[in-house]
Ligand binder design. Structure first.
Ligand code: PEP
Ligand code: MN
Length: 359
């Protein structure tokens, strides 16, 4: 890591960057609130970075051998140690800092009317970003897999009507370019949390990324996944805790266990914002609100929630190749109604305000 002088010039930065390239390494400039650093990307094992110490504009050289550096709080003194975070801008909605952003929408996109009505309801209930899957990672290949491009078009239409930015999952590196044309934020799902080629591909884009934690990932593995995105130059990353698989899962206890302590723990390790998905962690409507509020108390920067229309039932219609079809509504049991979202959003705001009010 190279700490740069406060009065460093753009030309001096360029010179240092090219000296780093000559060592066979790459670098990433990170500009913080009070200072800037150049993080070295690549294996530093046999390199002598101290040769850079005499260069103009360089304050200090600290060789670092850590599995993640770009997203590390310890290595970014410019964010300080007081919980300041990067603020990620998703088409005008800022995630991070002291704000609390609620995101909501259907688990999956099935038809135009469903998406439009759910988006409208989510907005009215307090959501500022809309979610919805056009590509669905289903455990069984026989389950509904998403409408793909047609689903992205429906999300775009809902965005145009409501003004809500869209977060949607990308499953395959080959779809990154297409999804980027419609969405405002990529979602990397828990099953792809260590799909390194996919992480690199969204890293080459500059669009914000919502990175779910692998359901068996340690905090280090989670941050290394973020590091893959960052090392391609995309620092617009928001982490999302979405529950761990434990030996104690049952229909009463929920699909996964929300790792509440991961929120303050990961915030101590990184300056990236962290949000919570109590829908996918619990898998049960009755558990969503209490876990969401606990996550706010634990310091999350946002909530992402599955929402359905009041009248939706467990079966929903869609059209495939011009043929009308019916299928089971994905994750129906965990979806909140708009009314439930509204109640939750009000309570979440109260908890968040209490957390930020000095006593
Ligand atoms: C989702 O949010 O639609 C989803 C599939 O979540 P996860 O990857 O956390 O299971
Ligand atoms: Mn889902």
């Amino acid at each position: 890591m190279l700490q740069l002088r406060a009065d460093v010039t753009p030309q001096q930065i360029k010179d240092v960057e090219s000296a780093i390239r000559e060592l066979g390494l790459r670098s990433q400039l990170v500009i913080g609130e009070t200072a800037a650093t150049l993080q070295v990307i690549g294996d530093e094992t046999d390199k002598d970075l101290h040769v850079l110490a005499g260069m103009q504009g360089v304050e200090k050289v600290t060789p670092v051998n850590a599995p993640y550096k770009l997203v590390s709080r310890r290595l970014h003194p410019e964010y300080g140690l007081n919980g300041h975070t990067k603020v990620v801008n998703v088409a005008g909605v800022e995630i991070g800092g002291t704000s609390l952003v609620v995101m909501g929408g259907p688990c999956a996109v099935y038809n135009r009317q469903q998406v439009l009505e759910t988006a409208r309801a989510a907005k009215e209930a307090g959501a500022r970003i809309m979610r919805g899957g056009a590509y669905k990672p289903r455990s069984s290949p026989h389950s509904f897999q998403g409408l793909g491009k047609a689903g992205l078009e429906m999300l775009m239409e809902a965005k145009q009507e409501t003004g809500l930015p869209v977060v949607t999952e990308v499953l395959d590196p080959r779809h990154v370019e297409l999804v980027a044309q419609y969405a405002d934020m990529f979602q990397i799902g828990t099953r792809n949390a260590q799909n390194f080629e996919l992480l690199r591909e969204v890293g080459r884009s500059r669009m914000p990324v919502l990175l779910k934690r692998g359901f068996a990932a340690t905090l280090e593995e989670w941050l290394c996944a973020a590091e893959y995105i960052a090392s391609e130059g995309n620092m617009n990353i928001v982490l999302c805790e979405r529950g761990m698989k434990t030996p104690f899962q049952s229909s009463e206890n929920g699909r996964f266990n929300f790792d509440i302590q991961a929120i303050p723990a990961v915030k101590a390790l990184t300056y990236l914002p962290v949000i919570a998905d109590p829908s996918h962690s619990t898998g049960k409507r009755a558990l969503v609100t209490p876990i969401a509020l606990a996550a706010v108390a634990a310091g999350t920067h946002g909530l992402i929630l599955d929402i359905r229309r009041e009248a939706d039932g467990p079966i929903i219609e869609y059209v495939k190749d011009g043929v009308a079809m019916k299928t089971a509504y994905c994750d129906y049991e965990q979806a909140l109604t708009p009314k439930e979202l509204e109640t939750l959003a009000v309570a979440a705001k109260a908890v968040h305000t209490a957390m930020h009010t000095p006593v």
